[in-house]
Design a protein around this ligand. Structure first.
Ligand code: NAD
Length: 319
């Protein structure tokens, strides 16, 4: 089986590369990534065919599709605040980039494409938990670009018979998720602050809730999907119906770390949603063999990874 991962040097892509290589006999992994947010070091030790290039460079993308069985399209500018600060680059990478990936698949004869959409497409819809059929109302340019991502994937299914599977990822977390940039996600940000002895910055009151999904759960689902060439006529929430507030998240971190974490409340972020929770029904129907990692277990592996990189930073400093 040959799999092309766009954005494969990113957080989810590098975990997926490792997961595929460890769990699928004879798999070949090719990656196209422009390294805008991804890091080559995340692929250290993995036997992958890496192409440094952009999905906006159509000839390079088309060449990357050669001989591929499935494409997992993760390449994107994956941030709500970045899109609010600069909507056009988000649109180009996420919406135009997806169109390119689908067009290249069609031209190269690749018949199966998994794409990464986002729970942010629900935006201001207050329904909780969310099933895939409730209305969407994006609140940020990023969310619009992800609605375009899944819309294009579904349109290529009905227009050209391409087998497509749009996943709506909820808050994915785990090893290799960076904390050291302005748009870092909440779990790496809190863990980094805690291990540096800094306060965790909470945007708003901390009662906003998320359906956190461990990256290995996401990788297990995507692996099943590429093995079986699973498609769906509508988007699928890739989350299991958990509902954790940021304050509860901090409590769980404190109990695992064994020390208290100071809190600093700052202004809420434009475009952020208050509560995000999937109903988890469709994902279990489609992938009954995947057992999602509970938050406590997922946090344990994430903390272990953070401690290991903090340890090696310490080693480097002492050299
Ligand atoms: P990431 O930033 O770590 O990975 C994205 C990768 O895409 C990076 O390696 C980046 O260099 C690459 N990339 C960006 N523009 C590109 C381009 N034009 N051509 C080629 N590569 C390009 O982010 P992630 O968290 O791994 O997210 C992966 C996907 O999942 C994204 O599509 C994101 O929108 C989606 N998603 C993630 C989450 C989450 O919680 N992490 C939630 C919802 C959706």
């Amino acid at each position: 089986m040959r799999v092309l991962i766009t954005g494969g040097a990113g957080f989810i892509g590098s975990n997926l590369s490792r997961y595929l290589l460890e769990n699928v006999e004879g798999v070949q992994v090719r990656i196209i990534d422009d390294l805008s947010t991804g890091r080559l070091s995340s692929l250290d030790g993995l036997d992958v065919d890496f192409i440094e290039g952009s999905i906006l460079d159509y000839p390079t993308l088309l060449a990357a599709d050669e001989g591929v069985d499935s494409i997992v399209h993760l390449g994107a500018i994956p941030s709500v605040p970045r899109s609010v600060a600069a909507p056009r680059p988000s649109h180009e990478a996420n919406a135009t980039g997806t169109l390119n990936v689908l067009e290249a698949a069609r031209e190269a004869g690749v018949d199966h494409v998994v794409v990464a959409s986002s729970s942010s497409v629900y935006g201001s819809n207050p329904a909780l938990p969310k099933n895939e059929l409730v209305w969407t109302r994006p609140m940020s340019p990023y969310a619009v670009s992800k609605l375009a991502t899944e819309g294009y994937a579904l349109a290529y299914q009905s227009s050209y018979g391409l087998k497509t599977l749009p996943f709506r990822f909820f808050n994915v977390y785990g090893p290799l998720q960076p904390a050291d940039h302005a748009y870092a996600a909440v779990i790496p940000k809190f863990l980094d602050a805690a291990l540096e002895g800094q306060p965790a910055q909470i945007q708003g009151d901390g009662l906003q809730s998320r359906d956190f999904t461990h990256v290995d759960t996401v990788c297990a689902v995507i692996t099943e999907a590429v093995k079986n060439k699973t498609s769906s006529e509508y988007p699928v929430n890739l989350a299991y119906g958990t509902n954790t507030t940021l304050l509860e998240l901090l409590e769980e971190m404190e109990s695992q770390l064994g020390f208290p974490i100071d809190r600093e409340h700052v202004e809420p972020r434009t475009g952020d949603v208050r509560a995000s929770q999937a109903d988890g029904i469709r994902i279990k129907e489609l992938f009954p063999n995947v057992k999602p990692a509970p938050l406590a277990d997922g946090l344990a592996t994430t903390i272990e990874w953070f401690r290991s990189i903090k340890g090696s930073e310490g080693d480097n400093e002492s050299r």
